[in-house]
Design a protein around this ligand. Structure first.
Ligand SMILES: Cc1ncc(COP(=O)(O)O)c(C=O)c1O
Length: 236
């Protein structure tokens, strides 16, 4: 028998339905250009397939770090940002940890928190407001010691964003903040400088149109990256 929290939940899945325009996974409607695919495939063919890849994904971490003026130690890459969200929640959420997040939001957070034994504290908000409920989150954080806040800005599925200075306001409240910027490229916000109570998540699945390749990354202090790395599976 699985653990009771697992037995009580359903798997993360989506109903596959024929549709003229498919919107339910926020994928790019445009496939990657054929010529570029062929260049990638040629490079893959030159690599040995019998050997495990670089454990630390050094080249990719270095390239991402350079693009965002960070150091490779501040970056982890994963099998989609999903893998890094799971690893970070595994690293920062334990039995009974209060986890504050707006709702509706990306359903995976609540699942991962529940699996970790954390206490999900959803903050309901008006999806039409265009904003995320910053003040309600800060009030909830003030009531719960040693809590974690998870925020997706721009938010899936409402598109709402944190107001200007929102990440700093959450950081000031003292929570460990996991900031999912899967759609950050659309909002054209930069990635915040590494801070000890902030982990920022990004992905190549959305604006870059590469969902099939499963490449995501997160940025934080070198210390936080080392901690998340302990929970993450090797070789991504
Ligand atoms: C808010 C959010 N975060 C993370 C992900 C996961 O993206 P990936 O694992 O493809 O990087 C998604 C995918 O839909 C998402 O909507």
């Amino acid at each position: 028998m699985s653990r009771s929290v697992v037995a009580a939940m359903t798997a993360y899945t989506l109903e596959l339905r024929e549709a003229e325009i498919k919107l339910n996974q926020n994928e790019s409607p445009f496939d990657f250009p054929r010529a570029l695919k062929e260049r990638v495939l040629a490079r893959m063919a030159d690599r040995p397939w019998n050997l495990y890849p670089d454990f630390e994904s050094t080249a990719l971490r270095t390239a991402i770090a350079k693009a965002f003026r960070l150091a490779p130690e501040n970056i982890l890459v994963g099998n989609g940002s999903n893998e890094l969200l799971a690893a970070a929640i595994g690293a920062f959420v334990g039995p009974g940890t209060p986890v504050i997040f707006p709702r509706p939001t990306f359903a995976l957070y609540e699942k991962l928190v529940t699996i970790a034994g954390g206490l999900p504290i959803p903050i309901e908000f008006d999806p039409d407001s265009g904003l995320l409920p910053l003040e309600a989150m800060r009030s909830a954080i003030a009531k719960h010691q040693d809590c974690v806040a998870v925020v997706c800005s721009p938010n899936n599925p409402t598109g709402g964003v944190l107001p200007e200075g929102g990440v700093d306001a959450l950081l000031e409240s003292g929570a460990m903040v996991l900031c999912d910027e899967a759609y950050g490229d659309f909002a054209q916000t930069g990635v915040s400088a590494p801070q000890e109570n902030l982990v920022t998540f990004r992905t190549f699945s959305k604006a870059w149109g590469l969902a099939a390749l499963r490449v995501g990354w997160c940025a934080s202090t070198a210390e936080n990256c080392r901690e998340i790395r302990k929970v993450k599976l090797p070789s991504t």
